[in-house]
Design a protein around this ligand. Structure first.
Ligand SMILES: Nc1nc2c(c(=O)[nH]1)N[C@H]1C(S)=C(S)[C@@H](COP(=O)(O)O)O[C@H]1N2
Ligand SMILES: [Mo]
Length: 429
């Protein structure tokens, strides 16, 4: 590809090193002349004095002192890689920020970019004054300090967390980026104590069937969790990706229910009430129920079904003809992802993508598919299958069963449209 054929953004944007390299890789197979010719191209963009064969400015003087940032921050050149907050976001009653999935690699979401969903703002909790109460249908109720909680045996697991309103059924046409569409999902390594361990400590009475979890935020968010889940893999989490939970994620302790809708992983956890019947709280009646076409509502739809999205190339990005790696994320609340298929012809044909190993149960799974784009407009899509054999549905197939009155649990395939100029946009539009 010659310079003249390069899309405008590749030639002019100052921050286009990444794009230049992407254009360069268009020549993989045909040679790497494009990459070698970098300084010549850079001449048109300034900064030539810092490029080969010159000695760059940052080699001519010592760098910053060690400890110039006692809590490390990303490079100043990555300042645009930030959470995505809707402009009309209401601060306290119902607020959310989305993970910039299209900017990230691998499967772990950095703590500063983990999505947020708050029903009453972010409380500032002093862990020394916070207590976790476990009571109700138990033999020996407990009131635990955070230090006491940490004395129990701990475990670490990598799990995704996803809001079940990611995105609402009506919202699929509104989003531009991968983050706009499914950025209410993130994945991290969680460390904490199994809830089972604590429930064994307090001793369950025979009538115990549910555990009602309550948060110490202004929303006092309350959800009923079936006892089977509590005695299975439910975690009382105090650390995320190696450090203590961020205030946004529930500091000093949250519930983490692997594979279940994010809403049930109660943050700022203060109370676990063991009961015989669910609480039928706001969060499991007025909200987090799915209206069906026949006028009934599905309730207690806990598990997040298999889902995937191509994160690169994705909406608002621009690609060049030739080689492009298609990559994205897949996950399922029911276990491991067993396959991801990619279509580069608007879902006429599907080919298997390569899954990055190891594939973990109920964690993000990175997939990749090498693609040579012929420069013609098309639509690219990904489709995930999980270990239960469940296949991610198209939006048409999903809404044929669920209708359009539903808000929660939209796990449909996301189409990305590629225009002749390489511009990528929302394929639902
Ligand atoms: N106490 C409390 N827990 C909460 C919430 C809340 O507002 N208050 N939001 C819930 C919702 S809707 C989701 S999707 C997840 C979001 O977790 P995160 O903010 O760590 O991503 O937390 C859940 N737990
Ligand atoms: Mo949520």
């Amino acid at each position: 590809m010659s310079d003249d054929a390069a899309p405008e953004a590749v030639r002019r944007t100052p921050r286009s090193r990444r794009q230049i390299l992407a254009a360069g890789s268009a020549l993989v197979g045909g040679g790497l002349a494009e990459v070698i010719a970098l300084p010549a191209r850079a001449e048109t963009m300034g900064g030539i004095e810092n490029m080969p064969p010159h000695v760059p400015r940052w080699m001519k003087e010592p760098g910053a002192d060690v400890g110039s940032q006692l809590y490390g921050q990303p490079s100043e050149f990555e300042k645009d890689v930030i959470r995505n907050v809707p402009k009309n976001g209401k601060q306290y009653t119902s607020s959310a920020s989305r993970t910039p999935l299209q900017e990230l690699d691998g499967i772990i979401t950095p703590n500063g970019l983990f999505y947020e969903r708050h029903h009453g703002g972010i409380p500032a909790i002093d862990p020394a004054q916070h207590r976790l109460m476990i009571h109700g249908l138990v033999e020996r109720p407990l009131l635990l300090t955070m230090d006491e909680l940490r004395r129990f045996p701990t475990e670490s697991h990598i799990y995704f967390l996803e809001c079940s309103g990611n995105p609402g059924f009506e919202a699929v046409k509104q989003g531009k980026t991968a983050s706009d569409l499914v950025g209410l999902a993130s994945c991290g390594e969680w460390t904490g104590v199994r809830l089972k361990t604590i429930l064994e400590e307090v001793g369950l009475k025979p009538e115990a069937k549910w555990v009602v979890a309550e948060g110490a935020d202004a929303a006092a968010l309350t959800r009923s969790v079936p006892l089977e889940k509590c005695l299975d893999d439910a975690l009382l989490v105090f650390s995320q990706n190696g450090e203590r939970l961020r205030p946004q994620q529930g500091y000093p302790v949250r519930l983490l229910l692997p594979g279940f809708e994010g809403n049930m992983s109660v943050k700022w956890l203060r109370r676990l009430n063991v009961v015989a019947e669910p609480a039928y709280s706001r969060e499991e009646t007025a909200k987090y129920t799915d209206s069906m076409p026949d006028g009934t509502a599905r309730q207690f739809t806990f598990t997040m079904e298999a889902k995937s999205i191509i994160t690169r190339p994705s909406g608002t990005q621009r690609i060049a003809a030739g080689f492009n790696e298609i990559t994205g994320l897949a996950w399922s609340g029911r276990g491991r992802i067993t396959g991801v298929e990619v279509s580069v012809d608007g879902s006429t044909t599907w080919q298997p993508a390569v899954l990055q190993q190891p594939v973990l149960s109920r964690a993000f799974t990175r997939f990749r598919y090498p693609w040579a784009w012929d420069g013609r407009p098309t639509v690219i899509l990904s489709r995930a299958t999980d270990e239960t054999g469940y296949v991610q549905p198209s939006f048409a197939d999903l809404t044929a069963i669920r209708g359009m009155k539903s808000f929660y649990h939209n796990n449909a395939i996301v189409p990305w449209r590629i225009a002749a100029d390489g511009e990528v946009s929302n394929g639902y539009v």
